[in-house]
Design a protein around this ligand. Structure first.
Ligand code: GDP
Ligand code: MG
Length: 447
């Protein structure tokens, strides 16, 4: 996959102290190949790699990142840019109802999306109405009704009672018009119009969608695109852009083994943002599209990139080195280290968000999930009230020592007990990590 290829490329950069122009070019070549193999459109690839090359060669020397990490960071930023930067929200009409028209090939996931979108909007307090304008495919109206019922949203359909009957001659245009009118009367603030698709791009289909568009004057036209269709994504998107026009894109079936190329190309080629992502058959499998998350997904690095960014901002490199040296020397982890580590973590942002970023920390993460950041101050006070010997050897902390420490730090003995216990856990975790060869505070392989 695209992710695998890019990850392998970056891995080869990891150990480098400094990148030469030849290194950069070799990397760019790999990235170009990986993108082309993932069906990313050629002009998009060209623009993307050009931007990366320029930035990688001109990159400022960073204190916190090695050159390999820096390239990863640049690639990530350019990926986000090519994916559209910010998440684009739905545009609502000044005078309701807001009309959202769905267009796309048959099987792209329009009807499913209609239900997902309706459910999502309803949860936000909207009162959507679904309008069935696919009168071609047998059972299309019934399918929308089922989906509407699951979403808890009413469906406006042409012939109540004529379930499952497809009629090639039926004209969806008056249905669309009547649906919007019905919504206005019944005070539905959003109308989602489901339309028919064909298996391939087809003039009759385009004409029909364009006619529905003219009759309903949508605020948003969402082009629904199956992320699995590979290289065809670009030509299909272009055909719909010419034939119907659209304001945004929805990528479906991102739960599959999509190669990511569609997402990268469609925005680059049409200039229209991807607004939503569909990630499964269930109605909940749906979310606004976040370019930054998609970029991480493509890079397949979890949120390591975010970690890199935060590390750049706040990580005390000296502290990390000391810790690494200590681990290498097989020295034990002391309360002072514990305190230093906690302070470093505090600088890096909230503990909780940090822990989410560290891959492979399942159990520990679970344990620390309940950790309250404000406790850090208390912990600090407690450790500072200990003698150096107590910090190095907490097992000597008997009752009277604990009482003295509590008094000195303005805390309760139970707080001291809790800290000692938590430290014990952390110590265990450090030993486990040392066996695993990783350095605390840094995800595996990053140091
Ligand atoms: P339409 O012809 O554009 O209306 O497409 P449908 O909504 O009928 O979807 C076609 C098929 O794709 C159905 O079997 C859906 O269950 C399935 N489908 C739709 N969206 C997704 C998705 O995001 N992931 C997966 N795995 N399947 C999907
Ligand atoms: Mg459909």
């Amino acid at each position: 996959t695209l992710s695998d290829r890019l990850t392998a490329t970056f891995r080869s950069l990891r150990g480098k102290g400094r990148l030469s122009e030849a290194d950069v070019d070799a990397t760019i070549r790999e990235i170009r190949r990986a993108l082309l193999d993932a069906d990313v459109a050629v002009p998009v690839v060209r623009q993307f790699t050009g931007a990366i090359r320029e930035r990688a060669l001109g990159a400022e020397v960073s204190q916190a990142l090695n050159p390999g990490q820096q390239v990863v960071k640049i690639v990530n930023e350019e990926l986000i840019a090519v994916l559209g930067g910010e998440t684009r929200r739905l545009q609502f009409a000044k005078n309701p109802p807001t009309v959202v028209l769905l267009a796309g090939l048959q099987g792209a996931g329009k009807t499913t999306l209609a239900g997902k979108l309706a459910r999502w909007l309803r949860e936000q307090g909207h009162t959507p109405l679904l309008v069935a304008c696919d009168l071609q495919r047998p059972n299309a109206v019934t399918q929308l009704k089922v989906v509407g019922e699951r979403a808890g949203v009413p469906v406006f359909a042409p012939h109540p009672g004529a379930q499952g009957e497809a009629d090639d001659t039926a004209d969806p245009v008056p249905v669309a018009r009547a649906g919007v009118e019905f919504a206005r009367e019944k005070q539905h603030d959003i109308v989602i119009v489901d339309t028919a698709g064909r298996l391939g791009v087809d003039e009759v289909l385009m004409k029909q969608a364009a006619d529905i568009r003219d009759a309903t004057r949508p605020d948003e036209i969402l082009f629904v695109l199956d992320a699995m269709i590979g290289q065809d994504a670009v030509t299909t998107a272009q055909a719909f852009q010419e034939g119907v026009g659209f304001t945004g894109v929805v990528l479906t079936k991102l739960d599959g083994d999509a190669r990511g190329g569609a997402a990268l190309s469609v925005r680059g080629v049409t200039g229209k943002p991807v607004m939503f992502a569909s990630t499964g058959e269930k109605l909940e499998d749906f979310e606004p599209f976040h370019p930054d998350r998609m970029a991480s997904r493509i890079l397949d690095m979890g949120d390591i990139l975010t970690l890199i960014e935060q590390a750049e901002k706040a990580f005390d490199a000296e502290q990390a080195e000391k810790m690494a040296a200590k681990l290498a020397a097989d020295e034990d982890f002391t309360l002072e280290d514990f305190l230093a580590q906690m302070s470093a973590l505090k600088n890096m942002g909230s503990m909780k968000s940090l822990l989410k970023m560290l891959p492979g920390m399942g159990e520990i993460r679970q344990q620390l999930e309940n950790f309250d950041e404000r406790e850090l101050d208390r912990v600090e006070a407690i450790v500072q009230s200990m003698t150096p010997l107590e910090r190095r050897q907490p097992r000597i902390l008997n009752g009277s020592r604990r009482a003295r420490i509590a008094r000195g730090s303005g805390t309760q003995v139970s707080d001291v007990n809790q800290l000692v216990e938590r430290f014990g856990e952390a110590q265990k975790m450090m030993r486990a990590m040392r066996r695993g060869g990783n350095i605390p505070g840094m995800p595996p392989g990053m140091a």
